[in-house]
Design a protein around this ligand. Structure first.
Ligand SMILES: [Zn+2]
Length: 335
């Protein structure tokens, strides 16, 4: 595995540890498709899992997955029992995860079994046991006649494959719906760790809301500081000093006045101020007006944010508008 990918997976598992309380050794529920793929592509079960998860892994096979594997095996006519599957590792390497879904312990559908182990309660939607799901794209079984000359047999085999694919898709989308379920997936001989699902990402953002907000404010500060620095360099110190005075004079207005009023009132007022301060030749004056226009542009940016504050009363919008306002106050204080 390339260094870049292993670093990415290590970070991802670290996120699962922080957000959902995962810890080594990771418990990995492997399904029948996964075991077939691992065998077909000549991977070693535990080393491959540990490379992907960047940590110790403990694979487990549910009783219903075992039943599915055995049910798909051809029967040995001599013993009248299924052939031992080559892709089934010994219990020392892959212990059985006992599951009981009914009174007489009869196995149920593999996908249903795995989803119920991952999420025992659909009201709380929690992966309580911190399971990782390892699955794969289904591959045709040896006894599947997908290339058969008999059209009926071929159609049957194709229908079976289609069903398996649909179930594999359902398993993964079901697992993705539960926050905090890492999914390992084998497709065309590559074993990948899927990125955070949307529900996982939502929980992660919820858990780290304060961190996220601080990070956002810090990023905005950096951007604002860079912007100010660039303006100072472009305009020279005297112009920027004047810009700051102009900003200060405007500062109380955006919070207390309506946008059209302010535009009408301030433009002449501001231009008057600048002319009062420094009577300059025409060419220079144009430059000043450009600066004023720039300042106006900035103002309209602020106005937009304020308009949002007024028009939408939703919690989020108010929060972001508040953030913008406090940012303004902060930058004014800096000046
Ligand atoms: Zn089961």
């Amino acid at each position: 595995m390339r260094a870049k990918r292993s670093k990415k997976y290590r970070k991802l598992m670290h996120q699962y540890e922080l957000t959902f309380g995962f810890h080594e050794p990771y418990q990995v529920l492997v399904d029948s498709n996964f075991l077939r793929a691992v065998h077909q592509f000549k991977m070693d079960l535990i080393p491959a899992l540990e490379r992907t998860l960047q940590g110790k892994a403990k694979p487990l096979l549910s009783k219903c997955s075992l039943a599915a594997i055995m049910a798909a095996q051809p029967i040995n006519p001599k013993t009248n029992k299924p052939y031992r599957p080559y892709h089934l590792p010994p219990p020392t390497e892959l212990p059985l995860r006992h599951c009981s879904h009914n009174d007489d312990d009869t196995p149920i559908d593999e996908v249903e079994c795995l989803l119920s182990l991952i999420c025992p309660n659909t009201d709380t939607m929690r992966n309580k046991e911190h399971y990782i799901l390892a699955t794969a794209e289904p591959v045709p079984l040896p006894q599947d006649d997908v290339n058969s000359d008999n059209p009926k047999q071929r159609r049957q085999a194709e229908a079976l494959m289609k069903e398996r694919s649909e179930k594999a898709v359902a398993l993964r989308s079901g697992a993705r719906a539960v926050p905090g379920v890492p999914i390992i997936y084998v497709k065309r001989s590559v074993m990948v760790l899927e990125p955070f699902s949307i529900p996982s990402e939502k929980v992660r953002l919820g858990v780290e809301k304060s961190k996220f907000k601080v990070g956002m404010e810090a990023a905005l500060d950096v951007v604002n500081n860079l912007k100010r620095k660039r303006e100072d360099e472009e305009d020279g110190p005297s112009t920027s000093a004047r810009d700051r005075t102009a900003k200060k004079a405007k500062a109380p207005n955006p919070l207390s006045m309506k946008k059209p009023k302010r535009r009408e009132k301030q433009k002449p007022e501001e231009q008057g101020k600048k002319k009062d301060k420094k009577p300059e030749p025409d060419s220079r004056d144009e430059g000043t007006q450009d600066n004023a226009a720039d300042a106006e542009g900035e103002q309209s940016g602020k106005k937009k944010r304020k308009r949002k504050h007024k028009s939408s009363k939703s919690g989020n919008a108010v929060e972001s508008a508040d953030g913008a306002v406090s940012n303004e106050v902060h930058s004014a204080g800096d000046d």
